[in-house]
Write a protein that binds this ligand. Structure first.
Ligand SMILES: [Mn+2]
Length: 360
């Protein structure tokens, strides 16, 4: 038994009744950010589920390219989905859950809104959602504009098919390195199921476009009986880390190889939600057992800190197959981790450091 003296009780009472706002454990930068965001009328405070602005992470919504450093983008395209439909609902599901994520990284104390102008760009307005070719051209156009304006995109798909035009636009044919999380290597040779544009040939197409460098590509989490389709990965020099090898080398082994292969070169991060074990993320187009745990993927993402990331996407999230929202919530948490990486990287690469503002 210990003793609660009157003096101790008074001390605790004084702490509980402080009226000078949150002290954030003495972190002035965080306190200043909260004061500024509140002053500018952000909805970071006190809204309920689905409330606030309904934007990614409560970011201001704009498509004014000159005003954006980091664009959070929805890409609700699923015409080429061969298995289970519903990925078109992913962007809004992540938007909704993202209201509970951030604004401060709980370990690094990174505040993306203090490093960069972060915006919800909205969804790519799909002009011809029934036409894969036309959509590939349109997505290429949008991400070309991002490249021309120095914008790093964080995209929530849609089917993985669109990572190919994203990379084509974003790189302009100057190959970047790739970190790819997936149960499938997505390098099936052309005319897969009657079409070259599909979600099983994404990174073969990107390599042919000169958008990624196969020898600086690393694919993590690959598994299931489709491995016969992925010859191109092995033959083009990509590093494929299948799950059975991941079980041996773990997160530390993966991060070591990523650092060796990519170093400080620009790289793109593409996450197919089926890279995760379906226990952790059931809401995906093609769930695959025996994948990464949510903690393992978190540690892989955090292990990319201080590297030269220029864009990222999360594809194949399929909310209708997860009525509890666990999958979309998890993706919103990964998305915030990635937002921190992107904003730190952008701030290092561009001298025009500027903050996010909720009012002009
Ligand atoms: Mn996949």
């Amino acid at each position: 038994m210990t003793t609660m003296t009157q003096e101790r009780r008074e001390k605790l009472k004084a702490l509980a009744q402080r009226s000078d706002g949150f002290t954030h454990n003495g972190d002035r930068a965080i306190a200043d950010f909260f004061a500024r965001a509140q002053d500018e009328g952000s909805t970071l405070f006190g809204d309920s589920f689905g409330g606030g602005t309904g934007s990614f992470f409560h970011a201001p919504t704009t498509q004014a390219l000159k005003d954006i450093d980091i664009a959070c983008v929805g890409l609700p395209f699923e015409t080429s989905a061969p298995v289970r439909p519903g990925t078109r609902f992913a962007a809004n599901a992540v938007r909704e859950w993202s209201g509970f994520r951030g604004p401060v990284h709980d370990v690094w104390k990174t505040i993306p809104f203090e490093l960069c102008s972060v915006a919800d760009f909205g969804d790519v307005p799909l002009r011809s959602p029934h036409d894969v070719d036309a959509t590939v051209r349109q997505v290429t156009e949008v991400y070309t504009q991002f490249r021309e304006n120095g914008i790093y995109p964080l995209t929530i798909g849609g089917v993985h098919t669109m990572t190919h035009p994203i990379l084509r636009g974003l790189t302009g044919g100057e190959p970047v390195c790739l970190v790819h999380i997936d149960a499938h290597a997505d390098t099936a040779r052309g005319d897969f199921q009657g079409s070259e544009l599909n979600d099983c040939s994404v990174f073969l197409n990107a390599a042919l476009d000169g958008a990624i460098d196969p020898e600086r590509t690393i694919q993590i989490g690959i598994r299931n009986g489709l491995s016969a389709f992925w010859d191109f990965s092995h033959e083009s020099g990509m590093r494929v880390i299948p799950m059975h090898e991941f079980f041996e080398i773990g997160v530390a082994g993966v991060l070591k190889e990523i650092r060796e292969r990519i170093g400080d070169r620009p790289f793109y991060l593409s996450i197919d939600t089926d890279g995760l074990d379906s226990t952790y993320l059931p809401g995906t187009q093609l769930p695959e057992p025996f994948g990464l745990t949510s903690r393992e993927l978190l540690l892989i993402i955090r292990g990319l800190k201080d590297m030269n990331i220029i864009g990222a996407d999360i594809a194949e999230l399929c909310p209708p197959y997860d009525p509890h929202g666990i999958s979309a919530n998890l993706c919103s948490a990964f998305a915030f981790e990635i937002l921190c990486l992107l904003s730190e990287s952008h701030a290092r690469n561009f001298s025009k450091a500027r903050k996010t503002h909720w009012k002009g």
